[in-house]
Write a protein that binds this ligand. Structure first.
Ligand SMILES: [Zn+2]
Length: 693
């Protein structure tokens, strides 16, 4: 796990509330654009006259972009024209000098903001003695909340917009093939100020998102109150499961239950269908006041049947709220003028942003190809054979491909606890770990010196530095008995992130391209490290089937998550085609879409049609269009891992993670030499099948 993904949710929410109280004058919805198309053309002409027509493209782009960000409060029409004439930089060396100054200052700003966040969150993240509620209040403070408004107010944003205009994703993928790293760095500076969404609209987006998050976080099912048709309770009295994550995990854990596992799984699936169809009695959500038989959808109080009303499509209202809030901001974006485009093609504008930078069309094409791979039927047959029964819809979560190691967890615990009694011991060993992985002494010492290890309160994370003067942080759980194997395994994963964070900050040509294209590219190195955890402890991998089983497990779980993500994407396309729909119409559409996706890709493998199970994911409600990240993240991961096989590991890692933050397409071309592809994973599944069968 990387820290960023969590951070962004927190800071976004907080950012908006801080903005609220300040009520920035220069970014409210009444502050209108005052530069019309005619003024843009006149200004472009005036600049071309002054600076020469060889700068046509840059001038036209820059003026149009600056105009899209300019508001009445920034100045009059003639002040805009004057500003452009005065601030446009024709001379290439002056432009590079200005770029270097901006870049250096942004490193300082972002690096220190990151450092402040790190400090203010220290007592939340680290096991640092007693926790007090004031710690959370500090953790909620966001030092970067005013960055963008300040930079419009002091006009630096307009200097950047005019001289370093942004490029669309298509342009980056096309023109960027031949860009130098300096040209890439210019383009990345251009991504910092791409759209100026009024504070009210950003607040509304954040509010809709927060509310959806709260709705989901309180969607618990009281399992001890579920009844089967014989009036029996199958689950422990005090078991409370959050939808959909815990419900799904409970289905998974019941594969090992030979006694009544299937009945429990059927009961959970029945609950899921009521959630999707919104036939769930509203009063059984997050409450154990009533007993509920989900098969017959009857509710009881002290043994007597009581009629309760169903949830009134609230689930779908949350999606609609997200849609309406995001759609309202569409007109402020030039290229990415729908939420779908922003979610897929959008570039990050600050270190805390998330970006995919793969177009939605491209993602859908990849997913369609994968979901149509014939090998799925063979894997399905194998699972059916292992289960000794026909497949059920919830077998999308089949959990039986896990390979067990012959080394007991206790003996691993003994080893890690004695080796790493505290965080400092682990930190001191980082150099040795890098050397075991092939790095030369000096290089290993450099990378290790940039990573600090802290004992975490939570399960662990890796937090990058954002400026060269600071260290990346590795957090993992360590009890007073020392680091157990679970904590060690996570720590090795996080260390992979830290190595990526260090290489991609220190070894890229320009600060503006530091980092990786998106989270998949850092997860890849983290998983590669994690896989080598036993090797680093001096053990040999003892299960020869392990890798084959893992590949089958991955193939099957990617198949599931791609199906879910396909539903998510098609729902958002439907929303844009039916912008005036209500929650009930949306519900019908989601169920239809889920059934269609099931019937197209899953039905033949499972032998049943019209199963809406793919619509159960909570991400669809609280993190719209996020799900695709998991799938193509796995694809990219796998492709990179395959590529590294048999190569000089440390040399390759140094080389490819110093490419920096170009687009995923260009990164893949520069590193593994081909586009993102589904084939390595499918080939591996086919090979694994041959072996296991
Ligand atoms: Zn990770």
């Amino acid at each position: 796990m990387m820290k960023k993904s969590f951070l962004i949710i927190l800071t976004l929410t907080v950012m908006v509330f801080t903005q609220c109280t300040n009520n920035e004058v220069n970014n409210n919805i009444n502050d209108q654009k005052n530069i019309d198309d005619q003024t843009i053309v006149t200004t472009q002409k005036a600049l071309i006259e002054k600076f020469g027509s060889e700068n046509n493209d840059q001038i036209n782009r820059g003026v149009a972009h600056a105009a899209s960000l300019w508001r009445a409060s920034d100045g009059t029409v003639s002040e805009f024209e004057e500003f452009c004439l005065k601030q446009y930089i024709k001379d290439a060396s002056e432009k590079e000098m200005v770029f270097n100054k901006v870049s250096k200052n942004l490193e300082s700003l972002w690096g220190h903001q990151n450092k402040i966040l790190l400090d203010l969150n220290k007592n939340m993240d680290e096991d640092n003695g007693p926790y007090h509620k004031i710690d959370a209040m500090f953790a909620g403070y966001s030092p970067e909340a005013h960055f963008s408004n300040d930079f419009y107010a002091n006009k630096i944003a307009f200097v950047i917009a005019l001289n370093f205009p942004p490029y669309s994703l298509d342009e980056k993928n096309e023109m960027g093939k031949n860009w130098s790293s300096l040209e890439w760095a210019y383009a990345r500076l251009g991504d910092v100020f791409t759209a100026r969404v009024p504070a009210e609209l950003s607040q509304a987006i954040s509010l809709a998102n927060t509310n959806a998050g709260i709705y989901i976080s309180e969607y618990n099912i009281y399992m001890g109150h579920l009844l089967n048709n014989e009036n029996q309770k199958l689950f422990p009295e005090d078991m409370v499961l959050l939808s959909h994550w815990n419900l799904r995990d409970e289905i998974k854990s019941n594969y090992a239950n030979k006694e009544n596992g299937i009945e429990k799984q059927e009961m959970i699936y029945s609950v899921m269908k009521h959630i999707i169809n919104q036939t769930i009695p509203e009063e059984v959500i997050n409450s154990g006041e009533y007993d509920w038989n989900p098969f017959e959808n009857k509710t009881y109080k002290e043994g007597n049947e009581i009629k309760l009303t169903a949830e009134p499509d609230t689930r779908y209202q949350q999606i609609l709220n997200n849609f309406n809030a995001n759609k309202a901001a569409d007109e402020y974006y030039i290229d990415n003028n729908t939420f779908i485009k922003r979610a897929f093609s959008g570039a990050k504008s600050s270190p805390d942003d998330e970006a995919k930078e793969i177009s939605q069309e491209e993602v859908e094409k990849l997913f369609d190809e994968y979901l149509s791979s014939p090998v799925v039927k063979e894997v399905g047959k194998l699972i059916s054979k292992r289960l000794g029964r026909d497949l059920k819809p919830y077998d999308i979560w089949y959990d039986g491909f896990k390979a067990r190691s012959s080394i007991s967890e206790e003996s691993l615990n003994v080893k890690t606890q004695s080796k790493y009694p505290n965080a400092k011991a682990f930190e001191a060993d980082l150099v040795n770990m890098l050397k075991k992985l092939g790095w030369e002494n000096e290089r290993a010492e450099f990378i290790a010196s940039k990573v600090s290890v802290d004992a975490a309160r939570g399960s662990g994370h890796a937090w990058g530095a954002e400026m060269k003067a600071e260290n990346a942080h590795l957090r993992t759980r360590i009890s007073d008995k020392g680091m157990d194997y679970k904590g060690y395994n996570i720590a090795v994963h996080e260390f992979g992130h830290n190595v990526e964070q260090t290489i991609s900050l220190h070894d890229v040509d320009y600060y503006m391209i530091n980092g990786v294209p998106n989270t998949a590219f850092t997860e890849a190195l983290a998983f590669i490290f994690q896989k080598r955890d036993l090797q680093l402890l001096g053990f040999k991998n003892d299960n020869i089937d392990k890798e084959y089983l893992e590949n089958l497990d991955l193939y099957w779980s990617v198949f599931e998550i791609m199906g879910v993500s396909m539903v998510d994407m098609k729902v958002w396309k439907w929303l844009y085609e039916n912008p005036d729909s209500n929650a009930t119409q949306l519900k019908v559409a989601v169920i239809n879409i889920a059934n269609e996706v099931w019937n197209k890709y899953f039905a033949e493998v499972y032998g049943t049609t019209d199963e809406p199970i793919l619509a159960i994911y909570s991400h669809m409600i609280a993190s719209p269009l996020y799900l695709a990240n998991y799938s193509f993240g796995h694809l990219i991961d796998f492709q990179i891992v395959q590529y590294l096989e048999g190569k000089d590991f440390s040399d390759e890692v140094d080389k490819i993670w110093s490419i920096g933050r170009v687009t995923p397409e260009i990164w893949m071309q520069k590193s593994v030499g081909e586009s993102i592809s589904i084939h390595p994973m499918i080939d591996a599944a086919e090979e694994a099948l041959k072996h296991i069968n």
